[in-house]
Design a binder for this molecule. Structure first.
Ligand SMILES: Nc1ncnc2c1ncn2[C@@H]1O[C@H](COP(=O)(O)OP(=O)(O)O)[C@@H](O)[C@H]1O
Ligand SMILES: [Mg+2]
Length: 365
């Protein structure tokens, strides 16, 4: 799939924006704080109905405005479709081809995006939470069952943690939440396990190509229950067993909300001991693997949003990325236009963003 156009009204610093895109490469340049990432954020919003920068939709509304609209036209299987959102205050409405969607999960499986920003280059080194968020985003986008299990799990976790903060919690009530957590948690664990297994296969192959066989990447799922036959029973038992400990800590210390992805390069934990170069290459392998997995799972090419990241990669990695992704729609933001980069791309559209306005550059000298 690819985006044909985007229309914004009162979104962040765009009072109004109308843009038509190239089906392959779109380069978005502009100085700092002009609105490049805001544009990327709007495109990303189409795939999950959420931002990657904030949990609060109201932050997306332009200052001093009371609503905002985002509309995209995308092409999927040769058909044009529209997806639009209106956010006013805390309320959000989504329409697909003009028909109002009743549940947030209805908008999944329409638009697929993968974002790659300098933040993601740190995914190998960062704390486990970042890696969990990476898996969650991916699985939520591809799998509505996962999306629902995760939101129920989060609600149950909040309830259990609230109880643990009480002076004398009702243990029976905690057990009720243990059951809910075990039930939803097992669904999450099973899906994460199979996702990471496939991610491992694909990303280790890519890593092999990027490093020309010099490094071996290996991903594993680190969870308390992953290997059990009955994850639900085991997780329930762990929650019950940890009651006193959790009470002391006043929080739920075990479960999928504490999982991690183990990342090894040549048998060494790359999260701790990898060099910066190794960690960045592994991050690139992971991101490219994401696109492959979405394609395997859904038959669709995701749109890759490269926010300020291409200039962070050396020319070899840049070339690898562009070559691997020749069939994928790319949005590339950069503060500066790089002649050596443009030379590598056969066809593209070039946009300049200035203080919340977009204009296309036709005469590229
Ligand atoms: N809700 C909002 N309303 C109006 N302007 C906003 C809003 N949120 C962020 N901005 C403005 O957007 C600009 C940052 O845009 P961004 O896309 O992050 O810049 P960059 O081009 O560096 O990626 C800042 O000037 C910021 O004040
Ligand atoms: Mg930016």
């Amino acid at each position: 799939m690819y985006f044909k156009s985007l229309t914004l009204q009162n979104f962040r610093n765009y009072d109004s924006l109308v843009a038509d895109f190239h089906p392959n490469v779109n380069i978005v340049t502009g100085e700092n704080a002009q609105g490049k990432t805001n544009l990327i954020e709007a495109l990303y919003f189409m795939s999950l109905g959420k931002s990657f920068r904030t949990f609060r939709d109201s932050e997306l509304i332009g200052f001093q405005k009371d609503f905002c609209r985002l509309k995209s036209v995308f092409v999927k299987d040769g058909d044009e479709q529209t997806l639009d959102f209106t956010i006013s205050g805390e309320a959000k409405e989504a329409r697909l081809n003009g028909v109002k969607l009743t549940k947030n999960s209805d908008l999944l499986e329409q638009v697929y995006t993968v974002i790659f920003s300098p933040e993601d280059l740190k995914i190998v080194k960062d704390e486990p939470e970042k890696r969990r968020r990476f898996i969650d985003r991916e699985l939520c986008m591809m799998d509505p069952i996962y999306y629902r299990a995760l939101s129920r799990y989060k609600k149950a976790l909040l309830q259990r943690n609230n109880l643990l903060r009480e002076n004398r919690p009702d243990k029976g009530l905690v057990s009720v939440w243990n059951e809910a957590l075990a039930n939803e948690g097992a669904k999450i664990i099973r899906r994460r396990a199979s996702f990471i297994e496939r991610l491992n296969t694909v990303s280790s192959g890519l890593h092999d190509s990027i490093t020309q066989g010099k490094e071996k990447l290996k991903l594993t799922y680190e969870s308390d229950c992953e290997r059990a036959d009955d994850q639900e029973a085991l997780f329930f038992e762990i929650l019950e067993r940890n009651y006193e400990h959790d009470l002391f800590r006043r929080t739920t210390t075990k479960g999928p909300h504490r999982d991690d992805i183990g990342i090894e390069i040549d048998g060494t934990d790359a999260r701790r001991y990898g060099s910066q170069g190794q960690q960045r290459t592994a991050a690139l392998s992971l991101k490219l693997a994401e696109i492959n997995l979405i394609r395997e799972e859904t038959g669709e090419d995701a749109v890759l949003l490269l926010d300020d990241v291409l200039s962070e990669l050396d020319p070899n990695r840049q070339a690898f990325l562009l070559k691997t992704l020749s069939s994928v729609q790319l949005f590339i933001t950069a503060a500066e236009r790089s002649a050596s980069l443009l030379e590598k791309i056969p066809a593209y559209r070039l946009f300049i963003i200035e203080n919340g306005t977009i204009r296309e550059m036709f005469d590229v000298e």
